[in-house]
Design a protein around this ligand. Structure first.
Ligand code: NAP
Ligand code: COA
Length: 272
């Protein structure tokens, strides 16, 4: 059987239409740029108009087709309008990546109800809005939807009650939509990145070099990942090479989700 979208072919995504939400920088912009380099036409959206315009320029300047729009994932109608404009401009959407998120360190006892709600609204309800809005605009069968979650969606951690609860919700949302939309030929998966170098997320959660070293010493692979590692995972999941994968949470995390691999508790580090 020939694959329509073989990941290993040059320009593997030529003619495909991709929409990435939360793509003004970091991991999600890296994913959008990677799809563009592989031949796709991409729409990127996020809240801040200046940042999304600069992100769109980075893709256009590299010679790729791009639409950049400012929209808040908490506003379903605004997201739906970006999908409509994408279909009018590029055609029906083949691939959607939903990665808009907000996060900060906060002890639960000091977190206001509105602080908790804000992160749930952006991450969980925002992901529902993006994926729900996408359904009417997808190229079916064959479309691939990817949400961006985190190890904290499965494993509890301190000072992350808001983000971890939101990401746990995204994991279940992903699996439920995979069941409901599979019969229409729509695959729905999630990527769970570990700590990724040079991102806003890690600037917020590991602000000092000491904290960064401490985190790396506990990871099985002993290093942060790169934006490219996550982008490669997204291209794989969206390709026909992954055409029998749906409802999966794919870890791209250096072993972060496995737990503490330092050996400190045993006073015996693993062999090098
Ligand atoms: P980032 O650069 O801050 O990306 C977050 C994006 O979400 C930005 O483009 C931001 O746009 C957008 N956004 C925030 N609120 C929005 C809203 N209400 N409506 C629309 N867009 C909104 O962060 P990142 O570190 O690369 O993280 C990207 C994704 O990976 C997130 O889902 C995060 O949870 C996940 N993740 C990251 C790591 C890591 O190591 N960094 C690890 C695990 C999971 P504006 O510019 O408009 O604010
Ligand atoms: N600690 C505790 N509470 C915080 C906080 C922090 N560091 N930052 C914001 N909050 C609370 C605010 O106090 C407010 O609650 P209140 O009304 O009870 O005071 C609530 O969160 C909303 O804050 P606001 O600044 O109005 O929200 P926003 O919608 O403008 O911004 C954030 C959303 C707070 C998530 C902001 O950090 C953001 O835009 N982040 C996007 C980038 C990002 O986080 N990237 C990393 C992704 S992993």
């Amino acid at each position: 059987m020939t694959l329509q979208q073989n990941l290993f072919a040059p320009q593997a995504f030529a003619g495909k239409v991709v929409l990435v939400a939360g793509a003004s920088g970091g991991i999600n912009l890296g994913i959008a740029q990677h799809f563009a380099r592989a031949g796709a036409k991409v729409t990127i959206l996020s809240r801040n108009p200046d940042r999304i315009a600069a992100a769109a320029r980075s893709i256009a300047d590299a010679g790729h087709a791009v639409l950049g729009r400012s929209a808040d994932v908490r506003d379903f109608d605004a997201i739906d309008a970006v999908f409509k404009e994408t279909v009018e401009t590029f055609g029906p959407v083949d691939i959607v990546v939903s990665g808009a998120a907000g996060n900060f360190h906060a002890a639960a006892a000091n977190l206001s109800p509105n602080g908790f709600k804000t992160v749930i609204d952006i991450d969980l309800i925002g992901t529902f809005n993006v994926l729900r809005a996408s359904f009417a605009h997808l190229n079916k069968p064959g479309a691939s939807l990817i949400s961006i979650t985190a190890p904290g969606g499965t494993h509890p951690s301190l000072f992350q009650v808001h983000a971890n609860a939101a990401k746990a919700g995204i994991n279940m949302l992903t699996k439920c939509l995979a069941m409901e939309w599979g019969p229409a030929g729509v695959r729905v998966n999630a990527i769970s990145p570990g700590p990724i170098a040079g991102t806003e997320g890690m600037a917020r959660l590991a602000a000092s070099p000491e904290r960064e070293q401490w985190l790396k010493s506990r990871l099985a692979l002993r290093d942060y990942g790169t934006v490219r590692d996550v982008a490669d995972t997204a291209l794989f999941l969206a390709s026909d090479n992954a055409k029998y994968i749906t409802g999966a949470i794919i870890d791209c995390d250096g072993g972060s989700g496995l737990g503490d691999a330092s050996g400190d508790a045993l006073q015996q580090p693993p062999p090098r």
